[in-house]
Design a protein. Structure first.
Length: 278
């Protein structure tokens, strides 16, 4: 099922990285109380948020329980809170209630945990506290399952970030370093229905290992779509814009959330030093 059908119809369609940057910077500057950002995996949603939110914040990645969110919200009172990879949270009633409290439109929000638990006492966290924290939710899919979820959506800005394959390719040109891999992927854009920035890193890893790196793009190919464009007399997407471009000789930046191997090896051993910041 296409991703767009899994989000509410009132979600704002964001097709470009430039427009996405405008939204996340607006949140960082304090204009938004709640930002819900969803879209295809591997297109750099988390990276965009990290770049915009340069100061202190609370970043919660992966699965989080309602109580866990409450504890972290107390420990990071008055700081922006980002819940990354929140797929499935829309079905957690307790979690949605905590998020609704965090997303109150008043500057000062009150959070309460009335269920008896010894964890609060052991952690030194009260059953009720106030905070001015603002909230970002990032994920791949979201459903308006009930009135509580709808009430949460109503408190903020719900975005669907769905860039085209060509838009993803242009973004990769800002940091990717291998010209051969880049050009190969550029020639396949008309076959790719849903692109990912991670594909560039995966292909390069295979190439460095002496394996068939071209196989990395195979799962993305949509040949039926390509045949349909050809039958309609439409040119391939890579012939409609600057899909091929010369990569910059130095200064490429590798986004850690897209290619985590860089984080695991911060010294950059094994990476082409002329393409990455030292």
């Amino acid at each position: 099922m296409p991703l767009s059908t899994r989000l509410p119809s009132h979600a704002v369609q964001v097709p470009t990285y430039a427009e996405l940057e405008h939204y996340v910077r607006a949140f960082a500057e304090g204009h938004f109380n709640l930002l819900l950002l969803f879209g295809s995996p591997g297109v750099g949603k988390s990276r965009a948020a990290r770049q915009a939110l340069a100061g202190p914040l609370c970043w919660i990645g992966g699965q989080a329980t309602a109580l866990g969110i409450y504890l972290e919200a107390y420990r990071h009172r008055h700081l922006p809170i980002v819940l990354d990879d929140v797929d499935g949270l829309d079905g957690n009633r307790d979690g949605i209630r905590v998020l609704k409290a965090l997303a109150q439109t008043e500057p000062l929000k009150t959070l309460s945990w009335l269920t008896k638990t010894s964890l609060l006492q052991r952690a030194g966290v009260p059953r009720q506290f106030t905070t001015t924290s603002r909230l970002v939710l990032i994920g791949n899919a979201w459903k308006t399952r009930n009135a509580d979820v709808a009430a949460l959506e109503d408190r903020g800005h719900l975005l669907l970030f769905q860039p085209t394959a060509l838009e993803v390719h242009r973004q990769a040109a800002l940091w990717f370093w291998d010209q051969e891999v880049f050009d190969f992927l550029g020639d396949q854009l008309h076959l790719i229905a849903q692109h990912s920035l991670r594909t560039y890193g995966h292909a390069w890893e295979l190439k460095q290992a002496g394996l068939n790196w071209r196989q990395a793009v195979e799962p993305l190919l949509d040949r039926r779509r390509s045949r349909r464009r050809h039958a309609q007399g439409q040119p391939p997407l890579h012939q409609r814009g600057p899909a091929r471009r010369r990569l910059p000789p130095v200064g490429g930046r590798l986004p850690g959330d897209v290619f985590p191997s860089r984080q695991a090896n911060p010294d950059g051993a094994g990476f082409p030093q002329n393409r990455l910041d030292p």
